[in-house]
Design a protein around this ligand. Structure first.
Ligand SMILES: [Zn+2]
Length: 445
C-alpha cells in the first residue's frame, strides 16, 4: 500500500447538485490508485507518504474526460478542411481509412495520448479500429481509456464477430482499460446487427457506444427511409435497454425525449460542439432538453480529423458558448453546470460514474494540477471562470492517473515525446494517401 500526498493545493469541489466551489489549502492523501482523504493542509497523514507533491499555488481539478473521440485520427489533423459533412466522409476520411494498419493506429494513439495527458485529460472514451493497439498505447502512456472497437455491417459478420471478441478481451486486459461494444451508427449498422449487439451487451454486462442522430438531416433521412427516428431505432433494437453512450444526438427530436427518458439511468450523450460549428451541423446537442429528462451529457472532442485538437478545455468552453447562443440565454449553462458536465457527467459517459470525475475519498486519483499564474488567468476573481473561459491546455502543470504521476512540471513521465512526434511525422503521409481510390464505407444516411 503506497501512500502519497499532494500538499497545500486548492481543490475544485463539484457537488452532486448546486454550485461548484474551490476549497483552499488542502492536502490530498492517496493510497495506491485511490483518494483516501482531502483535509486542510497540515493534518498529519496516517502513514509516512512515499511521495509528496508540492501543490502550492496550484489548483487540483478532476482529471478531464474526453467523452467521445477517435484518438488515432490525430494522424489526419488538418487534412480534411472546409468540406461539407458528406465530402468530409466520402472524399477524405473514409478513403483515408483504407490505409489503417495496426502500426499506424498505434503510432497515432500514442501521439493522441501524449496530447491529452499534457492537456490534463486522464480518460478518453474511444471508438475506432485496431482498438487493441489503442489499448497498448494507453497502457504504455499511463492514461485511462474506454475503448469501443468500431464496426460497420458492410464489413460482414466475421468482422463484427472479431470486433465483439476484441471488446471482450479489452474488458479484462488492464485496470485502466474498460471496453464497450462499438457499432458505428444507426445508418451504417443494420437493425439486425444492432439487435445482436444489444443481446450481447445485455448478456455480458457491456454497454454500447455509437453515433446516432448526428444531425437533423440524418433524423429526417431516417424518417423518410424507415419511418422512424434514429432514437426509435435504438429503442426497437434494444440498444437503449442495454445501455448506450450516444455520440452527438444533435438530431434528437422532441418526440424522442419520452423514449430516452425511460432509459435515463443507463443512457448518456457525448457532445462535441467544435465539430458542429465546423461542419455546419445545425444547433448542436439539445443539452437543456436532455437535462430536463435526466440524461447526463459528457463533453468530448470527436476525432482530430475534424476537431484538430484533443483539447477538452476547448470543448467545454465552446459548449458553454454554443449553449448560451442556442438558447439565446446568457444565464443558461452557467460555470457550475459547465464544470459538472466536464466532470460528473463525463464520468458517466465514460461508464464510471462512481469512480471517476470527482475529487473525493474513495474515487480514483485521476487529478490534474493547474498553474493559473499566467497573465491570461490573472487576476483570479473566480477560478471557476478561469477554468471555463480562460485556461489553456499549457496551464496544466502535473497530472496523475490512478495515483501515478504521468505529467510532472509539464513533461510526460512515461514516454519520450520527441520519439512519439518523430514516429507520427514519419508515418502521417501514409494515412492521408488517397491514391488507392477505394473507401471503407460510403456516407449516405
Ligand atoms: Zn465520432
Amino acid at each position: 500500500m503506497a501512500q502519497s500526498l499532494i500538499r497545500n493545493v486548492d481543490v475544485l469541489i463539484v457537488p452532486e447538485a448546486g454550485e461548484c466551489h474551490v476549497a483552499e489549502a488542502q492536502d490530498i492523501h492517496l493510497t495506491d490508485s485511490v483518494i483516501t482523504a482531502i483535509v486542510p493542509t497540515g493534518t498529519p497523514p496516517p502513514a509516512t507518504p512515499v511521495e509528496v507533491i508540492d501543490g502550492t499555488g496550484l489548483l487540483a481539478v478532476p482529471g478531464l474526460i474526453n467523452s467521445h473521440t477517435h484518438s488515432p485520427m490525430v494522424m489526419m489533423r488538418g487534412a480534411a478542411e472546409d468540406l461539407s459533412i458528406d465530402d468530409w466522409f466520402n472524399q477524405r476520411i473514409w478513403p483515408m481509412e483504407v490505409n489503417l494498419t495496426p502500426e499506424r493506429v498505434r503510432v497515432g494513439a500514442r501521439l493522441a495520448c501524449a496530447e491529452m495527458l499534457l492537456a490534463g485529460v486522464t480518460t478518453f472514451v474511444d471508438h475506432y479500429f485496431h482498438a487493441d493497439q489503442i489499448a497498448q498505447a494507453a497502457i504504455e502512456t499511463g492514461i485511462r481509456a474506454d475503448l469501443a472497437p468500431t464496426y460497420f455491417s458492410s464489413a460482414g459478420p466475421e468482422a463484427i464477430d472479431a470486433a465483439i471478441a476484441t471488446t471482450r478481451e479489452l474488458a479484462t486486459l488492464h485496470p485502466r482499460i474498460t471496453a464497450s461494444l462499438g457499432p458505428h451508427a444507426t445508418y451504417t449498422v443494420s437493425d439486425d446487427d444492432l439487435r445482436r449487439t444489444a443481446d450481447v451487451a445485455r448478456a455480458e454486462g457491456l454497454r454500447i457506444h455509437l453515433h446516432a442522430a448526428e444531425t437533423d438531416d440524418q433524423t429526417q433521412a431516417s424518417l423518410d427511409k424507415h419511418g422512424v427516428t434514429p432514437i426509435e431505432i435504438l429503442d426497437r433494437t434494444g440498444v437503449l435497454d442495454a445501455g448506450a453512450l450516444i455520440a452527438h444526438g444533435c438530431g434528437i427530436r422532441d418526440t424522442d425525449l419520452p423514449i430516452l427518458a425511460r432509459y435515463a439511468d443507463r443512457t448518456t450523450v457525448a457532445t462535441c460542439p467544435k465539430v458542429y460549428l465546423k461542419l455546419a451541423m445545425g444547433n448542436g446537442t439539445p443539452v437543456k432538453q436532455l437535462h430536463s429528462i435526466g440524461i447526463r451529457t459528457g463533453i468530448g472532442t470527436d476525432g482530430a480529423a475534424v476537431h484538430n485538437t484533443l483539447d477538452v478545455w476547448e470543448s467545454l468552453r465552446l459548449l458553454a458558448l454554443t449553449q448560451k447562443h442556442q438558447q439565446n440565454n446568457a444565464e443558461w449553462m452557467p460555470l457550475s453546470d459547465t464544470l459538472s458536465l466536464a466532470t460528473r457527467h463525463s464520468a458517466a459517459a465514460a461508464n464510471q460514474p462512481t469512480t471517476l470525475g470527482v475529487l473525493e475519498p474513495g474515487r480514483q486519483a485521476d487529478i490534474t494540477l493547474l498553474d493559473l499564474s499566467a497573465p491570461h488567468n490573472q487576476p483570479l476573481h473566480d477560478p471557476r471562470a478561469a477554468l471555463v473561459y480562460s485556461v489553456r491546455a499549457s496551464d496544466v502543470h502535473t497530472v496523475l492517473v490512478a495515483g501515478e504521476v504521468v505529467v510532472r512540471n509539464r513533461q510526460l513521465t512515461k514516454l519520450d515525446l520527441a520519439e512519439v512526434l518523430a514516429d507520427a511525422r514519419s508515418l502521417a503521409h501514409t494515412l492521408v494517401d488517397l491514391s488507392q481510390g477505394s473507401a471503407i464505407q460510403h456516407y449516405a444516411p
